[in-house]
Design a protein around this ligand. Structure first.
Ligand code: NAP
Length: 338
C-alpha cells in the first residue's frame, strides 16, 4: 500500500497544533502532509519536521488526493467537509461530536476497540475528552470484573474548551488579583477562583450534553448493555490543562483494591501512582504534556458491594483528543484501512 497523503484540518487550533506535534512524535509515515484552517488563519506559516508550510483555507478541493484527514475544527466544519472527504475516497478521523453516536461510525480509543475500525465507511470518530481517558482504565477492569454500575465526576481543565477559554482563565485571574472587573465570554460564569457545574448545554433529563457524552460514548466503545446504569457530573475547574475524574465502579465479580491495582499496573497506556501515605497520587501537573492516563487513590468503595473508587488524571489535549487521533491514524495505516 502507498504511503498516505495526510491533511490536518483545524491545524491552527489547540488540538490541531497538538496533533501536528504527535504526528511527528509517533513517526507517522506519510507521502505528503498539508495544514488547513478557516480563512482567518490561512496564509500563516508553520514549521513541521524542519520544513516550512503555509496554512491553507479548507475548501472541498483541498481534499483532492488526500487519504487521511485528521480533523479538529468543530462539528459544523466536520459536517460540511465529511461528504467531500468521503466522496474523494479519504478517511476522516474526527474530533468533534458530530458523528460519534452515528451507528455507521466507529467510535474508537486506540488499544481499546481497534477492531471497530474495520467497520468504518469513511468516517471514524474520536471520543469526547472526558470519556477518552476513562476508557483505558475501564476496559481492562471490565474484562476482569465486569462493570455493573458506574458513577463519574469530572473536574475539567479549560483547555478542553479551546484557545479562547485558556486566555480567559489567564486574563480573568490577572484581573481578579488586580481587583479589576472582567467580562467573561468563553464561560457563562467567571472561571477564575471558581468551579462551574456546567459543561455544554443542559438536556431534557437535567444532565448536560457533556455528561450524557460520557454515558453514551462509554457504552458504545466498551460494547456495554444499553441498560447498564451510568451517571456523570461534569464540572469546569480553573486548571489550564488536564482533566481529573473521580470514578466509582460497581462490578459483577468480587474485587479488591489490590487486584484492581495489579490489573491497571499491567494495562496499556496507564501509570498507577498510589501511595497516599507518602502523598503520592496523580495531579493535573503530573499528567500535562505526557501520554499516560494516571490512576491513584484506588480503594474499596463503601457504598457498593463489589465497589472500587479511584482517581484518574490525563492530559485532555493528548489522550482526550490529539494523541488518540494520531494513534487511530497509525492503526488505520497499519491495518491498511485507507
Ligand atoms: N480542546 C479539547 O480538549 C478537545 C478535546 C476533544 C475534542 N475537541 C474538539 O476539537 C475541535 C477543535 O477544538 P480546539 O479546542 O482545538 O478549538 P480551537 O482552538 O478553537 O481551534 C479550532 C480550529 O478549527 C479551525 N476552524 C474553525 N472554523 C473552521 C472552518 N469553517 N473551516 C476550517 N477550519 C476551521 C480554526 O481555524 P482558524 O485558526 O482559522 O480559526 C482552528 O484551527 C472541536 O470540535 C472540539 O470539540 C477538543
Amino acid at each position: 500500500m502507498n504511503k498516505p497523503n495526510i491533511a490536518i484540518l483545524g491545524a491552527t487550533g489547540v488540538v490541531g497544533r497538538e496533533i501536528t506535534k504527535i504526528v511527528d512524535e509517533l513517526k507517522i509515515d506519510f507521502n505528503s502532509i498539508k495544514f488547513l484552517s478557516s480563512a482567518k488563519s490561512a496564509g500563516k506559516k508553520l514549521t513541521f519536521q524542519g520544513k516550512e508550510y503555509i496554512v491553507e483555507e479548507a475548501k472541498p478541493e483541498s481534499f483532492d488526493g488526500i487519504n487521511i484527514v485528521l480533523a479538529s475544527a468543530g462539528g459544523s466544519t466536520s459536517q460540511k467537509f465529511a461528504p467531500e472527504i468521503v466522496k474523494r475516497g479519504g478517511v476522516l478521523i474526527d474530533n468533534s461530536s458530530a458523528f460519534r453516536m452515528d451507528k455507521d461510525v466507529p467510535l474508537v480509543i486506540a488499544y481499546v476497540n481497534d477492531e471497530d475500525l474495520k467497520k468504518h465507511k469513511g468516517i471514524i470518530a474520536n471520543p469526547n475528552c472526558s470519556t477518552s481517558q476513562l476508557m483505558l482504565v475501564l476496559k481492562p477492569l471490565d474484562e476482569q470484573f465486569k462493570i455493573k454500575r458506574l458513577i463519574v465526576s469530572t473536574y475539567q481543565a479549560v483547555s478542553g474548551a479551546g484557545l479562547a477559554a485558556i486566555n480567559e482563565l489567564r486574563d480573568d485571574t490577572v484581573a481578579n488579583l488586580k481587583g479589576e472587573t472582567f467580562e467573561n465570554k468563553a464561560f457563562k460564569k467567571p472561571i477564575s477562583f471558581n468551579v462551574i457545574p456546567q459543561i455544554d448545554v443542559f438536556t431534557e433529563n437535567g444532565y448536560t450534553k457533556e455528561e450524557m457524552k460520557v454515558v453514551n460514548e462509554t457504552k458504545k466503545i466498551l460494547h456495554l448493555d444499553d441498560s447498564l446504569p451510568i451517571s456523570c457530573t461534569a464540572a469546569r475547574v480553573p486548571v489550564f490543562n488536564s482533566h481529573s475524574e473521580a470514578v466509582d465502579i460497581e462490578f459483577e465479580k468480587s474485587v479488591t483494591p489490590e487486584k484492581v491495582r495489579k490489573v491497571l499496573e499491567n494495562s496499556f497506556g496507564l501509570k498507577v501512582i498510589d501511595n497516599p501515605e507518602n502523598y503520592e497520587y496523580p495531579t493535573t501537573r503530573d499528567s500535562s504534556g505526557v501520554d499516560p492516563v494516571f490512576v491513584g487513590r484506588i480503594r474499596k468503595n463503601l457504598a457498593f458491594d463489589n465497589g472500587i473508587s479511584l482517581w484518574c488524571v490525563a492530559d485532555n489535549l493528548r489522550i482526550g483528543a490529539a494523541l488518540n487521533t494520531v494513534r487511530i491514524c497509525k492503526k488505520v495505516i497499519e491495518m491498511g484501512l485507507y
